[in-house]
Design a binder for this molecule. Structure first.
Ligand code: IMP
Ligand code: MG
Length: 182
């Protein structure tokens, strides 16, 4: 798998150091409150597991499955929710967790759904945020790393469902992305 990468962007120690900082900040911001985490699968799987184990607060975890990519490195523009109903978050302090903010369409759609349930508060946390013009205006309250507009894989992030199990994050070689699309 390493051979399919142009370069490693974030290695395990870098990810772990940043998770310590993010978790400390979230723990401080939500002290004395009961947090409800809504995580967007599948890309955020490693991030959820590693971040939440560093947060020693009472919290509830719900996972959503949303599809917006269909096997390519470009977003399709369409966001599909794979479950009929959201958990009841009315009056709760909700933190949405996702892997990456790219076009912004996924998180904008998830945020709208959650907002409709009238939570007490609502914040967004992403591991990665691409520096780019977004299709939907959206900013995250907690960002692990700001990255350039490149296609990355590993640590949960996939290309055609592969590379999720890499323990670090790397930039996928453009010829690999092009080959697999055919
Ligand atoms: P959106 O374009 O902000 O709606 O992002 C939708 C989803 O696309 C993210 O949650 C990721 O699962 C996926 N995605 C966006 N950029 C990348 C990338 O660079 N690598 C892998 N997946 C990505
Ligand atoms: Mg994905």
């Amino acid at each position: 798998m390493r051979g399919d990468l142009e370069r490693v962007l974030l290695d395990e120690p870098a990810i772990n150091r940043r998770l310590d900082e993010l978790a400390a900040q979230i723990t401080c911001d939500y002290r004395n409150r009961e947090l409800t985490v809504i995580a967007v699968l599948t890309g955020s799987l490693m991030f959820i597991a590693d971040l939440l184990r560093r947060i020693p607060l009472a919290l509830k975890l719900h996972c959503l499955s949303v599809a917006s990519y269909h096997g390519q490195t470009q977003t399709s523009g369409e966001v599909t929710f794979r479950q009929p109903a959201l958990p009841d978050v009315t009056g709760r302090d909700v933190l949405i967790l996702d892997d990456i903010l790219d076009s912004g369409r996924t998180l904008a759609a998830v945020r709208e759904k959650v907002e409709a349930a009238a939570p007490r508060s609502l914040r967004l946390c992403v591991l990665l945020s691409k520096k780019k013009q977004r299709a939907r205006e959206i900013a995250a309250d907690y960002v692990g790393f700001e990255i350039e507009d490149e296609f990355v894989v590993g640590y949960g992030l996939d290309f055609m469902e592969r590379y999720r199990n890499l323990p670090y994050i790397g930039v996928l070689r453009k010829d690999v992305a092009a080959q697999s699309k055919r």
